[in-house]
Design a protein around this ligand. Structure first.
Ligand code: GLU
Length: 307
């Protein structure tokens, strides 16, 4: 099997081989907001003759809904979004996650923590209790990434603009291995994007608050971080985040062509009405793709047909 090494990653950068990805968690059917992220990341990759990878983030078994990965893949296929190469399943990458964790511990950039959720202050920002050793009477539960010596991260997001954020700003030292032994999203996503040579992460704006933490992990591991592009959050006509209820989801309530048109509209690329088929709409969006047209959001969509 071919492995992607750090030097391949550099080479990819040098040759400007674009590698993008879509990385859904298999916690239920694909929702409209995820379709927007999938379509946006697919267009951005295809427009640069790049590769578009699909990674199922099934790293959190308690949250995985049986059959939903297959269902999500089938929905993507129905909408004409097919991955380059085999679909990846994040659970298969445990060894490389564990190696990265060991490295961060060995570098003194991560440490065991004996606190439970109950010990956190109301603002949810971890105060660094176990940073210099676990207090007597407690045992290590989770592993946290140090943020106290980090500097502010500058993110140049292709849609959201420039963002300056300290990696500890939202959560303090953050968990990279959970108390239940599972590798946390913040570490797994970095390790896997790096291993796949991803050059740009295109995803929903609900994840923008994780980006500074992820760049911090890239830096700690000595890896070049990818470029970033956070697509607008999709809200309903009342400005609320789209409900998780399938009853209101355009993917469920509308014909595929209408759902695709809405997704492209949310991305600032609504095709002319003469484009009626799914592939006709996607082809048009690809020919006319320009990230500058993507709104920062949030973007409101009517959830009922006819809106
Ligand atoms: N698996 C994450 C989710 O579905 C997304 C990860 C990412 O795109 O960075 O919310």
């Amino acid at each position: 099997m071919m492995k992607t090494s750090a030097s391949d990653h550099q080479l990819n950068r040098h040759m400007r081989t674009y590698i993008g990805r879509f990385a859904p968690s298999p916690t239920g059917p694909l929702h409209f907001g995820s379709l927007v992220a999938a379509v946006g990341s697919w267009l951005q990759a295809r427009h640069q003759q790049g590769r578009w990878l699909l990674r199922i983030e099934d790293i959190d078994p308690p949250r995985v809904v049986q059959g939903s990965a297959e269902q999500q893949i089938a929905t993507l296929t129905r909408f004409g979004l097919k991955a380059d190469g085999p679909v990846q399943y994040q659970r298969q990458f445990h060894d490389r996650h564990a190696m990265a964790l060991e490295r961060l511990l060995a570098l003194g950039l991560a440490y065991p923590c004996g606190c439970s959720r109950r010990d956190l202050p109301a603002d949810g920002i971890y105060p660094g209790t176990c940073r210099n050793g676990i207090p007597d009477g407690r045992t290590g539960r989770s592993i946290r990434m140090r943020t106290d010596r980090a500097s502010t991260i500058e993110i140049h997001d292709r849609v959201q603009g420039d963002i300056s954020e300290h990696p500890g700003q939202r959560t303090g030292d953050f968990v990279i291995r959970r108390a239940d032994g599972l590798i946390a999203y913040q570490l797994a996503v970095v390790v896997d994007d790096h291993a796949s040579g991803v050059t740009e992460v295109v995803r929903g704006a609900d994840l923008i608050g994780s980006t500074a933490r992820q760049v911090h992990v890239y830096q700690a591991l000595g890896w070049q971080s990818p470029d970033w592009m956070h697509l607008p959050l999709i809200v309903d006509e009342h400005g609320r985040k789209l409900s998780k209820s399938e009853r209101d989801d355009p993917i469920e309530t509308r014909p595929d062509g209408e759902a695709m048109r809405l997704a492209l509209r949310a991305l600032g690329h609504e095709p002319s009405p003469v484009r009626k088929t799914l592939s006709g709409m996607l082809d048009w969006a690809l020919e006319n793709w320009n990230p500058e047209r993507i709104p920062r959001g949030p973007v409101a969509i009517g959830t009922q047909p006819g809106h």
